[in-house]
Write a protein of this length. Structure first.
Length: 300
């Protein structure tokens, strides 16, 4: 069976009256790490616009900016891409020897960074991803309890932490915008994929790891009631940790698994709001949003 899949993603915003849109930023183009698997890509926007440009943001993500010079009653965004879902081993990487084991954070040492990030040029490039996330007693209590029995090997610890969050945080669909704080997600013990991903980023930075938030597509295969394969696709979020020698390694806090061929990253950022699929100003109005996604196998 072919491993190539075509994805069609359509988003339509409808407004209750003609409105002026400020420049709209669209973060729906695969990141560099996903490009080797993406063999075709197209972005279409309607209604007619006065300008569309592409540029790299401060994190290296490729983003589009669209400018409208007239009022509009709707805003359509359509993405079509073709990607290869050939299975790959998410553990197929080599960590440098100095990073094979991690160090417990010394008591009351603010700004602690794992010592294997010691090379100055590496630390400077990663500096934004160490930025501490506001924490509270729930997060500190969880860390204190969990790290006391955590594996000493770095990769084993990261895998175990990801699984622990997947087991503790019950997944829920949350259609309202925004991301809960790490403390709130721990208190509720439930959250969307973006909530639990941000919680893992907060925990990793507290442990002295470089960590970032990633938004993207998750394409999955399942069998329907008639035993026929069906593909599903959703916008998703996960966390990544940087390990010397291996680079950025993805952890899906919803499934407790490492990211692999089914995860197509679209934006990797320091803060979740910087990875929003679409952002921009518009006149005050009542707006409705409809999203459809379809994925299908491509056969030779």
């Amino acid at each position: 069976m072919s491993s190539y899949v075509r994805l069609h993603h359509h988003t339509r915003y409808r407004y209750d009256r003609p409105v002026m849109l400020g420049p709209q930023t669209i973060r729906l183009r695969p990141v560099t790490a996903a490009l080797s698997a993406v063999s075709a890509y197209a972005l279409r926007v309607a209604p007619p616009y006065s300008a569309q440009t592409w540029h790299h943001d401060g994190y290296g993500n490729m983003v589009a900016q669209v400018v409208f010079d007239q009022k509009v009653t709707f805003f359509d965004i359509t993405v079509e891409l073709q990607t290869d879902l050939t299975p790959r081993d998410p553990l197929n990487f080599v960590v440098q020897e100095e990073a094979l084991h991690w160090m417990h954070r010394p008591v009351q040492e603010p700004g602690f960074i794992q010592p294997f990030y010691g090379l100055e040029e590496r630390e400077q490039a990663l500096k934004p991803y160490f930025a501490p996330v506001q924490t509270g007693p729930q997060l500190q209590k969880f860390l204190q309890s969990w790290t006391a029995q955590a594996p000493t090997e770095t990769v084993a610890m990261l895998i175990a932490l990801n699984r622990a969050l997947a087991a503790r945080i019950r997944y829920q669909v949350r259609l309202v915008p925004g991301v809960w704080s790490a403390e709130e997600t721990l208190e509720r013990e439930t959250g969307s994929c973006r909530d639990s991903a941000w919680l893992l980023v907060a925990l990793l930075r507290e442990l002295g790891f470089a960590a970032r938030f990633v938004s993207g597509y998750l394409i999955q295969s399942c069998m329907n009631g008639e035993g026929v394969e069906a593909l599903t696709c959703d916008l998703h979020a996960w966390a990544e940790a940087y390990l010397p020698g291996a680079g950025w390694i993805g952890f899906d806090t919803t499934s407790g698994l490492l990211t692999a061929q089914a995860h197509v990253g679209l934006a990797a950022t320091v803060m979740p709001e910087e990875a929003a699929p679409v952002s921009g100003l518009l006149d005050a109005c009542q707006a409705e949003m409809d999203v459809t996604m379809q994925a299908q196998r491509l056969f030779a």
